[in-house]
Structures are given as structure tokens and as C-alpha cells.
Ligand binder design. Structure first.
Ligand code: ZN
Length: 93
């Protein structure tokens, strides 16, 4: 089944992005706090996870179907995370 327009555009969007028709499959909790929600698109059947906690840059929609393709992650700034961390650690006196 081809990915519908809304799903093909959803990966990497902020978790606050509102959707048209998504069925909530389940919620993962961390210490009693909802940490991630799993959704399935009723239109095309694509599966997504919505990260709810962590740094703001981590709270995004992630496609579970395209995880292995890497096509959207090639230009991701996530690779710079290590640089930011070491920079902060070094600046701490
Ligand atoms: Zn869809």
C-alpha cells in the first residue's frame, strides 16, 4: 500500500504536529510518564511512533516503516549531537 501524502511528510516533524486520521495503538511509559505513542495511519497503514519526552529536538514523529532506508536521516543534524555534548562537558568547570 503506498504511503499517503500526510504520512510521507510526517517523518521528522515535531511531535506537536496534528494529524488527520491516526489510530493510537499503544503508549509506552517511562516511570509512569507517557514517553512514546505508537500510531497507525488509517488511510495507508503506515506505522509511526511519536516521542513525547526528551529534548525538544527528540520529540518528533518517526516512521517505523522507513527506519532502515535512511533516506531521511542522511542530512540529519543528529550526527552533531556528540559534538554538542563534549562541548558542554568541556565547558563545565
Ligand atoms: Zn498515511
Amino acid at each position: 500500500m503506498p504511503t499517503c501524502n500526510s504520512c510521507s511528510d510526517l517523518h521528522g516533524r515535531p511531535a506537536s504536529t496534528q494529524l488527520c486520521e491516526m489510530a493510537l495503538l499503544g503508549v509506552g511509559e517511562l516511570r509512569g510518564v507517557p514517553a512514546v505513542e505508537h500510531y497507525r495511519c488509517v488511510a495507508c497503514g503506515s506505522s509511526f511512533s511519536r516521542v513525547l519526552i526528551g529534548a525538544s529536538c527528540d520529540c518528533i514523529w518517526q516512521s517505523l516503516d522507513r527506519r532502515c532506508s535512511g533516506e531521511d536521516r542522511a542530512g540529519s543534524p543528529a550526527a552533531r549531537t556528540d559534538g554538542f555534548n563534549s562541548q558542554e562537558a568541556g565547558g563545565t568547570a
